[in-house]
Design a protein around this ligand. Structure first.
Ligand SMILES: C[S@@+](CC[C@H](N)C(=O)[O-])C[C@H]1O[C@@H](n2cnc3c(N)ncnc32)[C@H](O)[C@@H]1O
Length: 275
């Protein structure tokens, strides 16, 4: 089967005749590149998995190697020992390879955005998957995956650099997008807005004047530069100072200093949603 570099348009965001919804794309992945997102899922969001009637989690589009799906399983097992992680890939050969790593609680399946596993997952992680689709297809893909979630479930549509130092993700519940998160390694950037090249597909083309995400990135840069004197206490203090300024300026941040000190910040989706 041909492996395409860039996905074609998704004709209909519904499964037709059992065919997986989506397109095979490059399978580039790297061990540990999703650690920042996983830390959020196993931290402030862990209550969702703990409260789940069925502790089913999906890693959608795990790539050429299933390593990051195995990592997700191990990290979430610490939260909920009976978690079941299903890795789903649209490329059958990648599933065949991954099956060697199956174990109780971890399995691999061929499929697409229709999420062809029994039950409704409490978490669906799709990292570096939607970026290879068209912006116009994102809303339909979101709706399809959201329709598969359990009540209280979360769909993560995220993007990161090769080794997971610059990471962003949108979190959606079954009804609506909730938030946009940034997570960066200190020392990997000069200005926070450099993370713009790793924005999820829904936002990456919107970093232009007049769009809310542009205004937010500009506000981050301004607050980061103004917090420069705090750098003598370390970048952790400087990032925390930046977040405090953003909060004081009225940006609806959804987290606080305990997350900021990790190089993370989460803003309400309404504040950055495209016009
Ligand atoms: C760039 S890799 C990302 C791998 C891994 N998630 C990561 O971030 O390291 C994208 C993978 O998603 C798969 N993919 C693309 N569309 C998909 C879909 N609709 N359903 C399941 N997998 C899909 C591709 O085949 C590819 O292996």
């Amino acid at each position: 089967m041909a492996v395409v570099q860039k996905a074609e348009r998704v004709g209909s965001p519904r499964s037709r005749g059992g065919k997986p919804v989506g397109n095979i794309t490059r399978g580039t992945t790297n061990p540990n590149r999703m650690r920042r997102l996983d830390r959020w899922l196993a931290g402030p969001q862990a209550w969702r998995l703990r409260a789940a009637v069925d502790p089913l989690v999906v890693d959608l589009g795990y790539g050429a190697s299933p390593t990051t799906a195995v990592e997700l399983f191990e990290r979430l097992r610490a939260v909920r020992p009976d978690v079941r992680v299903c890795g789903i890939e649209i490329e059958p050969e990648r599933v065949r390879t991954a099956k060697a790593l199956e174990r109780p609680g971890l399995s691999f399946h061929v499929g697409g955005f229709e999420v062809p596993v029994p039950g409704n997952p409490v978490l669906v992680r799709a990292f570096n998957v939607l970026r290879q689709y068209e912006e116009a297809d994102v809303a339909g893909i979101w709706r399809l995956v959201q329709s598969r979630l359990a009540p209280g479930g979360l769909f993560i549509d995220g993007t990161c650099d090769e080794i997971g130092r610059r990471v962003t993700w949108v979190a959606l519940d079954p009804e609506r997008p909730l938030s946009l998160s940034f997570s960066v390694r200190f020392g990997s950037f000069e200005l926070p807005s450099e993370v713009a090249e790793r924005l999820p597909k829904a936002l990456i083309h919107r970093n232009v004047p007049g769009e809310p995400i542009h205004a937010f990135l500009q506000a981050m840069d301004k607050a980061w530069l103004e917090a420069a004197p705090l750098a003598s206490f370390g970048n952790r203090q400087r990032w925390t100072g930046m977040c405090r300024s953003l909060h004081d300026a009225g940006w609806p941040l959804q987290d606080g200093p305990a997350r900021w000190r990790l190089g993370e910040v989460t803003v309400a989706w309404e504040a950055v949603a495209p016009h």
